[in-house]
Design a protein around this ligand. Structure first.
Ligand code: G3P
Length: 232
């Protein structure tokens, strides 16, 4: 499963790329607004961190198809060819998705709460669909099952569109998709950090080191460790 980072906070992006093997960055207008500077300034910094090969997803803001299409070209011109343009699956968005996909642009169909939105986006040529797992669950439906239904529907209908599941409240939701072989997810920094936060693990690691230090009467540094291991 590919894992993207759902943030525009460059410090978080740097720190988490340092730890995890990540596959790209996704943003949306809410995420960009949180940075409190010109969105293209933020996005250009992210692009320069990722390099031209890195994958970046950026959402249009317009409401009608014609403007969405113009925005999509501007986004790719400004941010390079490895930029996926996110377009919400509403009637105007679907028109824009179909036009852009036909013209070779990689589109991520976003704002997906239902199987039928995903189906039409896939049939219109979107590269990815982005179902919103937790927002679906907040409506009383089953977000995990919706993503699995989309996956199944694409396989059975020969739709080549990938799934990039978004909107997670907890690690369980993310890992349930990994178990089901969903192709990709995008997760907020807090969820990603939480993946390796475990007091029991920290305690176990501390105990290993403390036992070593107490037994050999040294504080563990590379030179003392090497000497003790050699029996010096
Ligand atoms: O871009 C979609 C995703 O970021 C939504 O996440 O947490 O706002 O539901 P959330």
């Amino acid at each position: 499963m590919k894992v993207f980072l759902d943030t525009a906070d460059l410090e978080e992006i740097r720190a988490l790329y340092d730890i995890y093997p990540l596959d790209g960055v996704t943003t949306n207008p809410t995420i960009l607004a949180a940075e409190k500077k010109a969105p293209y300034e933020t996005l250009t910094e992210i692009r320069s961190f990722l390099g031209q090969e890195g994958v970046l997803h950026v959402q249009v803001i317009s409401r009608n198809a014609e403007d969405m299409i113009e925005e999509a070209y501007q986004i790719c011109n400004r941010l390079g060819s490895n930029t996926y343009v996110k377009i919400p699956v509403v009637p105007e968005g679907l028109k824009a998705i179909r036009f852009l996909a036909k013209n070779g642009m990689r589109v991520t169909a976003t704002g997906i709460y239902t199987l039928q939105q995903a189906f039409w986006a896939g049939k219109s040529g979107a590269a990815y669909v982005a179902p919103y797992v937790n927002r679906i669950e907040n409506l009383g439906a089953d977000g995990i099952q919706t993503v699995c239904d989309i996956q199944n529907c694409f396989v059975r209908n020969g739709i080549a569109t990938g799934i990039l599941a978004a909107s997670f409240k907890n690690i369980r939701q993310v890992m349930a998709l990994a178990e089901n072989g969903v192709a990709s997810v995008t997760v907020a920094p807090a969820i990603l950090r939480g993946m390796l936060e475990n007091a029991s693990v920290d305690l176990a690691v501390d105990r290993f080191i403390n036992d070593f230090e107490n037994a050999f009467g040294v504080s563990a540094t590379m030179s003392t460790i090497a000497a003790v291991l050699e029996g010096e």
